[in-house]
Ligand binder design. Structure first.
Ligand SMILES: CC(C)=CCC/C(C)=C/CC/C(C)=C/CC/C(C)=C/CC/C(C)=C/CC/C(C)=C/CC/C(C)=C/COP(=O)(O)OP(=O)(O)O
Ligand SMILES: O=P(O)(O)OC[C@@H](O)CO
Ligand SMILES: [Mg+2]
Length: 235
């Protein structure tokens, strides 16, 4: 599974709880992005997730689900990404929901299709920060410490720097980048055009673009090449 995401440089995150027309979806899926990640922190249901999966499946690119609510899990995705919010004080968002999911689904879980993401939530104003109570007031060193827990102590395949809704502090991202050796480093949050996309792409392995799809599709589409044409800085 890890090999599957290794080539992902640019990913569009589609929210089942938001409207996107057929022409717009086609533009997203044919944009040259490496994958579609279906997920949101609120309002995700079985029905709106099935509907979005069926529409994305008209295209050939990989489609993964990022699970935020067990009731909304839909079979048929290529991959299931499982967030653990490492900087939440509420262990439910690190292990609790996960334990209940395993108790409930047991042997039905397709483990070979699951990938764990060590989330570090850094925008205190985001829905995900409110939902999980994450401590978003971390310094660069604090964020890097969580990243090292994910990378070195837990050997998680993904470290996800989540600034959902606001462009992040690139000094913090750089500090984290310098410490992550094995996990694939995802960046997401507040990318609204090529300049931000390029900055995040220079520092991270995978850049996730979400909200701007719904606000300014043309700008969203331009982020694909901006990410792909930006070489990563070597540390
Ligand atoms: C047949 C088949 C496929 C069976 C599947 C079996 C199965 C259930 C496997 C799962 C096993 C498992 C361990 C599941 C975990 C369950 C679970 C609910 C875990 C909790 C995940 C979690 C920490 C959620 C918190 C929210 C979160 C991190 C969401 C990620 C997405 C995100 C941050 C979106 C951004 O939100 P958005 O709404 O866009 O925010 P803005 O408003 O700021 O834009
Ligand atoms: O929606 P934006 O702010 O682009 O963030 C992308 C993604 O990281 C959200 O989970
Ligand atoms: Mg969003």
């Amino acid at each position: 599974m890890r090999q599957k995401i290794q080539p992902w440089r640019h990913v569009f995150k589609l929210d089942p709880d938001r409207e996107l027309g057929d022409r717009e979806l086609e533009a997203v899926c044919l944009s040259g992005t490496d994958a579609i990640l279906v997920g949101g922190s609120t309002g995700v249901t079985y029905e709106n997730t099935v509907a979005l999966l069926a529409r994305v499946r008209q295209y050939e690119l990989p489609c993964a689900m990022e699970i935020s609510d067990l009731e909304a899990v839909v079979p048929g995705f290529d991959l299931y990404m499982i967030p653990m919010v490492l900087n939440s004080p509420d262990t439910d968002w690190i292990l609790g929901h996960h334990r209940r999911a395993i108790e409930r689904y047991g042997s039905l879980i397709p483990w070979e299709q699951l990938l764990t993401e060590g989330y570090i939530v850094l925008n205190g104003d985001s829905s995900v920060a409110r939902l999980t109570g994450a401590d978003s007031s971390l310094s660069g060193d604090g964020a890097a410490a969580y990243a090292q827990i994910a990378d070195k102590l837990m050997s998680l395949p993904v470290v996800y720097l989540e600034y959902s809704g606001a462009f992040g502090d690139m000094n913090t991202v750089r500090t984290v980048r310098e410490t992550v050796e094995h996990s694939q480093l995802f960046y997401g949050g507040g990318i609204t055009g090529v300049a931000e996309a390029g900055q995040a792409a220079a520092l991270c392995d995978t850049v996730v673009v979400g909200n701007v799809i719904y606000q300014n599709l043309q700008q969203a589409l331009l982020t694909v090449q901006a990410v792909k044409q930006t070489p990563q800085i070597e540390f």
